[in-house]
Design a protein around this ligand. Structure first.
Ligand SMILES: Cc1cc2nc3c(=O)[nH]c(=O)nc-3n(C[C@H](O)[C@H](O)[C@H](O)COP(=O)(O)OP(=O)(O)OC[C@H]3O[C@@H](n4cnc5c(N)ncnc54)[C@H](O)[C@@H]3O)c2cc1C
Length: 328
């Protein structure tokens, strides 16, 4: 078989997660440059029905490990299944969309296969001179952009959500290959017991095009209602600074920053957030940044594309009302 790049599909409740299709777009473009093909790997008992969508978006093959023990994510089970599959089929690269799950899985797999891992890539290219993948990723808390070369075979990479376009619909179909991997309950340590949907996260933060985020300037949990209202009008997700999360005003799933989530929306509206470096790390690559703050000298006001010097309790409701009016 020629060059083949794999994308490991992440799915929940019978649905593919959107960043998987972005990872597929990235992998397909590099595979084409390398004169190779893209395959998707699907783990789980009833997951074979995802093949049609993966085929449409450019996977020439879908390798389906159909096993009861893979129905729910486990660190041990998924690592074992992927390692066995990779050893048998020898792909050139394995690409994952960066997520809480793959932050656990990809390093384990890299260690098991004794290969390198490039996490959170925002660009991927093919270097024909030595037949390796060149990727770009932020380092030093987002202050520098490094161009790095994948080492080891297979090369392992994760793609940052929203950094790549979703693979376009080619109308193609994938050959579904059922793969028999011997796996039993003893492999499946670190099993997820249940997924909880945070009440406030109607739109998943890392997948949102627009984020309205609040900090200590909000003064309390009830006051976040004005951000919820603005977010509802914009179809946005609501994020928070660590100060707001530590105060118990918002759940940890909403935290943006070094110890929270890294987000790259088209529009990030920061309300009452000063812009400490640990917060900036999580949102600095947003396309357009709006900061609303009483203090014109707050660090985030310097970084913002639009810095609004205002009391957020006056400005945000007025903005929401104006947007509602314009949508009528
Ligand atoms: C190891 C480590 C990891 C960390 N990880 C994170 C992280 O992941 N994410 C994160 O966010 N932080 C993180 N922090 C904390 C970070 O250093 C800051 O303390 C935090 O980001 C501050 O949150 P804030 O901007 O909401 O609060 P503040 O810095 O207190 O800022 C509040 C802002 O609100 C403005 N304001 C007040 N009232 C109004 C009003 N009525 N209208 C408009 N503006 C108003 C003020 O002018 C001020 O600029 C971390 C810190 C450490 C040490």
């Amino acid at each position: 078989m020629g060059t083949e790049f794999w994308v490991v599909a992440e799915h929940r409740g019978g649905q593919l997660r959107r960043p998987t299709l972005e990872a597929l777009g990235a992998a397909r473009q590099v595979a084409q440059a390398a004169g190779g093909k893209t395959a998707a790997v699907v783990l789980g008992k009833n997951a074979g029905n995802l093949a049609a969508e993966l085929g449409k978006h450019g996977a020439a093959r879908v390798l389906w490990v159909d096993n009861d023990n893979l129905d729910v994510y486990s660190s041990g089970g998924y690592t074992h299944a992927l390692a066995e599959l990779a050893r048998a089929q020898k792909p050139d690269a394995i690409v994952f969309a960066a997520s809480a799950q793959t932050r656990d899985l990809a390093p384990r797999l890299a260690a098991r296969l004794d290969t390198g891992l490039l996490p959170d890539c925002i660009e991927m290219n093919w270097d024909a001179s030595d037949g390796r993948i060149l990727a770009k990723r932020f380092v030093n808390s987002g202050k520098a952009l490094a161009t790095v070369k994948a080492r080891g075979t297979p090369a392992l990479l994760t793609t940052r959500p929203k950094a790549f376009a979703i693979a376009s619909d080619t109308g193609g179909t994938a050959d579904v290959v059922r793969c028999d991997i011997s796996i039993d309950a003893s492999h499946c340590f670190g099993k997820v017991k249940q997924y909880e949907q945070p009440a406030a996260a109607k739109v998943e933060l890392t997948e949102a095009d627009i984020i309205v985020s609040g900090g200590r300037g909000l003064k309390g949990p009830a006051e976040f209602a004005i951000l919820d209202e603005l977010a509802a009008v914009l179809g946005a997700a609501v994020g928070a600074s660590r100060a707001a999360v530590d105060a118990g005003w918002r759940e940890h799933a909403a935290q943006v920053g070094q110890t929270g989530k890294v987000v790259t929306p088209k529009l990030y509206i920061a309300c009452g957030i000063s812009g400490a470096i640990q917060h900036l790390v999580g949102m600095t690559n947003s396309k357009v940044i709006v900061a609303i703050n009483k203090d014109a000298d707050a660090p985030l006001m310097k970084l913002a594309d639009y810095a609004v010097v205002a009391d957020l309790f006056l400005f945000v409701p007025a903005l929401t009302a104006e947007l509602k009016r314009s949508q009528k």
